[in-house]
Design a protein. Structure first.
Length: 92
């Protein structure tokens, strides 16, 4: 699925079929704390959360941010499938 991901404020989001999927984050100095992702139930299973999260990680990399994966989806699912982003994740 190819969707147009938008970025406004501290949120990445996309609208699909009248529903909005989103990723929220907080910036603290050079750290981007990804706090929450949400995909409406009707849109799940289409890779939308992965696309939004990839956009957020690419934004973090471009801006030299360290990512804090507070969101369980990012921490437990996304990062296990995307080792290319491990270098910008805050070490625990």
């Amino acid at each position: 699925m190819n969707t147009e991901i938008k970025h406004a404020g501290h949120r990445f989001f996309v609208e699909v079929e009248g529903k909005t999927a989103s990723l929220d984050y907080v910036l603290r100095d050079d750290k981007m704390d990804i706090t929450h992702t949400y995909t409406p139930p009707e849109l799940r299973g289409r890779g939308i959360a992965e696309q939004i999260t990839t956009a957020a990680f690419e934004y973090a990399r471009k801006n030299n941010f360290i990512v804090i994966p507070s969101c369980s989806y990012v921490r437990d699912a996304f990062l296990s499938r995307h080792p290319e982003f491990h270098g910008i994740v805050e070490k625990s």
